[in-house]
Design a protein around this ligand. Sequence first.
Ligand code: 13P
Length: 340
Amino acid sequence: MAATELNEIAKQMVAPGKGILAADESDGTIQKRFKSINVESTEENRRAYRQMLFTTQGAEEFVSGVILFDETIRQNGDDGTPLREVLTKKGILPGIKVDKGAKDLAGAPGEQVTEGLDGLRERLSEYRELGAKFTKWRAVIAIGEGLPSRYCIETNAHALARYAALSQDAGLVPIVEPEVLIDGSHSIEQCYEATEATLKEVYHQLFHHRVVLEGTVLKPNMVVSGKSAGKQAGSEQVAELTVKCLRNCVPAAVPGIVFLSGGLSEEVATAHLNAMNQIGPHPWELSFSYGRALQASALEAWKGEASNLQAGQEAFLHRAKMNGAARFGKYSDEMERGAA
Ligand code: 13P
């Protein structure tokens, strides 16, 4: 596919006022999420839950794309329409997680490398046939005593670049996701350092693998304090350091950056994004691709009951709308409470 077409898709993914829903939880992750509301993770429950999210009226105003899991791209809605078509009919782009998860990195205790390159070319061509427009690959980088190692950063960046090149070859826009984890008691400065080292290596590898940056989207962590650090940096500092880090690492040819929420609460994730968009303009769109921070209250409202469908959809639409406002730096407390 021509670079211009990949660029067109990438621009749609980060269209003003919109962001991406990450609904690509792997079997283990969705099981964990369902367990929190005492719902068994059966294929039918997963289908019903995701159908609820995808059929939310008005969500298309704030959601440009949805990242699906392999199972979901093959499932149908109640009326037999494939769930991926439920999305495309609303003008939402379907995407697909293509990595096979993070596994222990040999010789590097406490660190992981993401697998899934073997057979990827063939899998990508099937996903394209199924209608996917973009892909996602998540690498994880842990902060700890002496971590991250160069070895871990380089190995993950190399795999991300191989994935991105294969994805573009298949005509699919790669979401490149190097996630520096929030776990630990590290300072925001340590997070900055690890994120900067990671992003620099990622762009170095993308260049060597001949990836067309105009046809990519970056999905990074925000630069934040470790989850168990005593002092948590506020939105203003998070915005300042995250933007500084990105300006130092991400070429302006990249159309957009969509943050993961990584364990931040719904409102904190929205407030941080809002603060970043208030200190623009930036060389790229700054948007969201949250999993938990778009779904937590919807999951809680749904509780696995068909009768709670409307409550679940309202909660999801509210979060999507709040983050849509944060895309313009126009999110506020009144807005959060008013519509709640
Ligand atoms: P969270 O926003 O819950 O971190 O999920 C985003 C994601 O897609 C992680 O790969």
